[in-house]
Design a binder for this molecule. Structure first.
Ligand code: T3D
Length: 269
């Protein structure tokens, strides 16, 4: 399938979606939103067909994603409030569905942050399951510099990942957070050297694509749901999910492989 603003491929059970508007640091315009949505539809189809068992998202050029393309938002400072674009409509139409899709996708989603991740770009990265960043990458909650509020789940993710004090500092100052600091703070899974990023992320996604896909999806669901649950509810959820996991073919294969002292061959079923 040919795209203009992204690259998309499916190989070895891994769908790779590369944001490809490098001249504007892969900021989102409507065309890119549409193509990302279309590609995620292909991921879902391939998942249902068993050909896709992990998703990798990254960017071309020196940025991962600079959030909304601000050239689509230019309004004269003298214009009245009526001239303002309806950002709520944009969020409802594009950013929220994207974050919901990534969060609900029953596949592990790896994000390789190859450069600056600003505004919605930072929070879309944080919506992925395993975030690996190049040493030179930066995370910027740029919204406050425009008079905006962190979106794409930022106000939900940040306090949970790094605590309220750091979340407020990041969101209210909009300073650049280095990849190293992001890893130290637990905002992301790992920081790697720039030239190792793509291979490390691809290897990780390929590994995940060989694992018990259904089990990983249930782990993702349990951890995502835990943020709104008390312990009692979570214990019940674990019981229910474990019941499902225990009925999977991969569980039977895992136990057989252990007993036979051999490597398991998981099919994702
Ligand atoms: O509007 C809605 O729908 C609501 C949703 C909002 C979600 C949001 O994401 S709001 C936040 C939008 N993003 C930003 O505020 C970030 C803006 N960009 C920057 O602050 C800086 O570019 C960076 C800190 C990310 C990187 O700085 P630097 O010095 O490394 O690069 P640069 O020179 O600023 O950018 C390189 C080019 O990319 C440049 O174009 P040029 O001059 O070479 O032709 C720059 O204009 C362009 N670019 C960077 N970010 C954006 C962008 N073009 C359009 N939109 C951008 N967001």
């Amino acid at each position: 399938m040919a795209f203009d603003t992204i690259e998309f491929s499916l190989q070895d059970g891994v769908a790779t979606l590369v944001l490809n508007r490098p001249d504007s640091l892969n900021s989102f315009n409507e065309a890119m939103h549409r193509e990302v949505r279309e590609a995620l539809g292909l991921v879902e189809q391939a998942r249902q067909g068993g050909e896709c068992r992990a998703l990798l998202i990254t960017g071309n050029g020196r940025g991962f994603c600079a959030g909304q393309d601000l050239s689509d938002r230019a309004v004269s400072p003298d214009a009245g409030a009526d001239a303002a674009p309806d950002l709520g409509h944009s969020i409802e139409t594009w950013y929220n569905p994207l974050v919901r899709t990534l969060t609900a996708l029953p596949l592990p989603v790896v994000c390789a942050v190859n450069g600056v991740a600003a505004g919605a770009g930072a929070n879309i990265a944080l919506a992925c399951d395993l975030v690996i960043a190049a040493r030179s990458a930066k995370f910027i909650q740029a919204f406050c510099k425009l008079g905006l509020v962190p979106d794409s789940g930022g106000t939900w993710q940040l306090p949970r990942l790094v605590g309220t004090a750091r979340a407020k500092g990041l969101a209210m100052l909009g300073d650049k957070l280095s990849a190293e600091q992001a890893a130290d703070w637990g905002l992301i899974w790992q920081m790697v050297e720039d030239d190792a990023l793509r291979q490390t992320a691809t290897d990780l996604a390929r590994h995940l694509a060989t694992q018990p896909t259904r089990g990983l999806a249930l782990i993702k669901q349990a951890l995502n749901d835990s943020t709104g649950n008390d312990l009692d509810t979570q214990l019940d959820l674990e019981r229910d999910l474990q019941r499902q996991a225990g009925r999977s073919q991969d569980y039977r294969e895992g136990v057989s492989a252990f007993m036979e002292k051999r490597a398991p061959r998981f099919t994702g079923e």
